[in-house]
Design a protein around this ligand. Structure first.
Ligand code: GDP
Length: 716
């Protein structure tokens, strides 16, 4: 029986989620500082002042942006903080600050068990916080709220707390009250314990108990009663006792609150000022007390890749190994890191693992865990833990790693097809090389980013999920890889297909002196049903392009050696499209007849003949342009409903429904991508910045006649 390096109930995998500027970086830095200084006790770090350490940290800028970082924390009231068995292991998973990275946000929600949501104590809940909150709702992630920046002018705990109640959830409860406000913000009152704390010493690292100031006692008692009422509601026995006038013990209250938080029934709210070093440690105590350990999580679901049967795995070291690779990240010291979460079993450095997504075995060389100022080499990783592998070459984001004898495929993180593309041209020859390398790296890290070459112009095209997505990738290419490049404007990734059967002949014959050329084919084409994740639906494609080539030549009228050239010619013609030059998809092509010449026939002649024949056939098969249709969701306060539905309809959109989302409304619609450029700005001005929207690719659909005419005109 393997012995764990750390008991699983003492592990917390969580993320810090925040609206940009709410103070996620500052809070994370404090977390690393407090946990680091705890960890460092007993080690030699003389002469290194705190600020130095922070400076270096910032310069290196690695850990704060690491996909996952490990640190240790013993509760503030723990007398024996140095003892390892009093400490909890935190694996803090990075969550992107920007909602345009839908995929990234959803991906991180997949691997974390809980979250601390940071709010700006002046602005309260902002539109992006609403969007992130919704993703966390969908993934049922237990959450603790931290109202930050209470030292700022205009900050208000009460107003911010109220905005959480109004805009996010009625299940938020005050765990603390502030002592003083703005520049007089001094400390916090813990309502459960009825104790007050201030923060002293270097970086506020000493949490010192103080008396609850006289003028705060009334409020504290009142809100404490409220808090206890909202806790006992979740336990029948406690409720009965409470109504009988018996106050539950601290332990009972905490245990009940823990269950309710894990069940997403209560969201405890804490407060402080990360910048002024107040309150962060108590939030870490709350992570220990109320956020789930991997043992509290339901089993993870997967399928048996051979039988398609559902399998469940639990966070148990004895079960067969399975893990999800959730992020690839370039590391300046060791190259590529592949972050993974182990869902069941264990894995050792140096062992061979099976990637059930690719069907390949790979050697897991070294394993590391990133800490604030060190990389810890790990020999073995246990169920429920998070670590990073060095040197995995063919494992990409969202692949499942497992034991070959007990294969499982975890639910894939679904990545939509990129729908927007732009041309990018390196400035110099040197840039060209660097650009190729940079784009490959970025593509490896991000499955929704693709690179291709325009066959006609030989220009490089990059494709992604949206304007901002590409903008940021281009920026990273310039900054991180020093590539100078000119960038075109974003374009919708249109496609083409045909609507009926047809046939045609392609002849490429040149016999003027010397060696001639002779290629001759007869082709039949027909539309193919597009494939949608295993299910067929008509006129829509959401997955791989569908192409079928059938060779039904009899008696060698086209010799076998030329057949691949014929297929190649057809594929190349499809790449160029015939209506407006967009790639054609969902076509079946049959080569059924042709002829050849003993001397003059060649691969190139057949390729050209096939290409010409295909184009001819396609022209007669009622070709059309397809456009990406997006699933759009706009969340707005009710009073803007009419404006938003009107604006979406005017964009050729169809409204599919409206949901209540707390106090706001979520409007769901399908809208062509071409109409959605610049929508962020338009939405902001229509709603005083109170709306948020998300957009995901849904399917491809035929464009209406008038629109097609405009697209064709623009291409000429
Ligand atoms: P992020 O964008 O969420 O990572 O936010 P940052 O941590 O970078 O903070 C944004 C700005 O707010 C920075 O200028 C911080 O110094 C400032 N800030 C962060 N926390 C506090 C706080 O508690 N009080 C005050 N007054 N400013 C803060």
């Amino acid at each position: 029986m393997p012995t764990r390096d750390y008991p699983l109930e003492k592990v917390r995998n969580f993320g810090i989620i925040a609206h940009i500027d709410a103070g996620k970086t500052t809070t994370s830095e404090r977390v690393l500082y407090y946990t680091g200084s705890q960890h460092k006790i007993g080690e030699v770090h003389e002469g290194e002042t705190t600020t130095d350490w922070m400076e270096q940290e910032r310069e290196r800028g690695i850990t704060i942006t690491a996909a996952a970082i490990t640190c240790f924390w013993a509760r503030t009231d723990e007398p024996d903080k140095k003892s390892l068995d009093k400490k909890y292991r935190f694996n803090i998973i990075d969550t992107p600050g920007h909602i345009d990275f839908t995929v990234e946000v959803k991906r991180s929600m997949r691997v974390l068990d809980g979250a601390v949501v940071v709010f700006d104590g002046v602005a309260g809940v902002e539109p992006q916080s609403e969007t992130n909150w919704r993703y966390a709702d969908e993934a049922a992630v237990p959450r603790i709220c931290f109202i930050n920046k209470l030292d700022r002018m205009g900050a208000s705990f009460e107003k911010s707390f109220q905005s959480i109640l109004d805009r996010l959830t009625k299940a938020a409860v005050r765990m603390q009250l502030p002592i003083g406000a703005e520049e007089k913000f001094e400390g916090v009152i813990d309502l459960l314990q009825m104790k007050a704390f201030k923060f002293e010493g270097e970086m506020g690292s000493e949490v010192v108990e103080m008396d609850i100031p006289e003028n705060h006692r009334g409020d504290a008692s009142m809100y404490r009663a409220k808090l206890i009422e909202s806790i006992v509601e979740h336990d029948d026995q406690l409720m009965t006792d409470y109504l009988d006038g018996k106050e539950p013990t601290q332990e009972q209250l905490k245990a009940t609150l823990r269950r309710a938080v894990i069940a997403n029934k209560i969201f405890p709210v804490y407060l402080g000022s990360a910048l002024k070093n107040k309150g962060v440690q108590l939030v870490l105590d709350a992570v220990v007390d109320y956020l789930p350990s991997p043992l509290d999580m339901p089993p993870v679901k997967g399928i048996d890749p051979k039988t398609g049967e559902e399998i469940f795995r639990t966070a148990n070291d004895q079960e067969p190994f399975c893990a999800l690779a959730f992020k690839l990240q370039a590391d300046p010291f060791v190259g590529q890191l592949t972050f993974f979460r182990v869902y069941s079993g264990t894995v050792e450095a140096g062992s061979y693992i099976y990637n059930s997504t690719t069907g390949q075995k790979e050697r897991l060389g070294r394993i590391v865990r990133l800490q604030a100022n060190a990389r810890e080499e790990v020999k073995k990783v246990y169920a429920g833990e998070i670590a990073a592998a060095v040197g995995l070459k063919d494992t990409k984001t969202s692949h499942t790693l497992c034991d070959e004898a007990h294969p499982i495929q975890l639910e894939q993180i679904k990545f939509p097809e990129p729908v927007i593309s732009l041309r990018i041209e390196p400035k110099t020859k040197a840039d060209q090389e660097k650009m190729g390398l940079a784009l490959k790296k970025l593509g490896d890290e991000d499955p929704t980013f693709r690179v291709s070459t325009d066959n006609e112009t030989m220009e490089t095209l990059i494709s992604g999920m949206g304007e901002l997505h590409l903008e940021i990738l281009v920026d990273r290419m310039k900054r991180e890889f020093n590539v100078e490049a000119t960038v075109g404007t974003p374009q919708v990734a249109y496609r083409e297909t045909i609507q009926q059967r047809s046939e045609a002949e392609g002849k490429y014959i040149k016999q003027t002196g010397g060696r001639g050329q002779y290629g001759h084919v007869r082709l039949r084409i027909k539309p193919l049903e597009p494939v949608v994740e295993g299910k067929k639906i008509s006129k829509n494609i959401t997955r791989e392009d569908h192409f079928e080539f059938i060779n039904s030549i009899k008696g060698g009228v086209v010799p076998n050696e030329y057949i691949p050239a014929v297929e190649k010619g057809v594929r190349e013609a499809m790449e160029r499209g015939i209506v407006a030059g967009f790639r054609m998809v969902d076509i079946s092509c049959e080569l059924y007849d042709g002829s050849y010449h003993d001397v003059d026939s060649s691969e190139i002649a057949f390729k050209i003949a096939a290409s010409m024949g295909f184009q001819d056939a396609a022209k007669q098969a009622r070709p059309v342009i397809l456009e990406p249709i997006m699933r759009v969701e706009v969340v707005v306060p009710e009073k803007f409903m009419g404006d938003i539905t009107g604006s979406l309809s005017s964009k050729r959109g169809s409204i599919e429904g409206v949901d209540e989302r707390g106090l706001a409304r979520a409007i769901k619609a399908k809208v062509p991508l071409a109409e959605m450029f610049g929508y962020t700005t338009a939405l902001r001005s229509m709603t005083e910045g109170r709306a948020s929207f998300t957009m995901e690719f849904d399917h491809y659909e035929m464009v209406p006649q008038t629109v097609a005419a405009a697209i064709i005109a623009a291409r000429k």
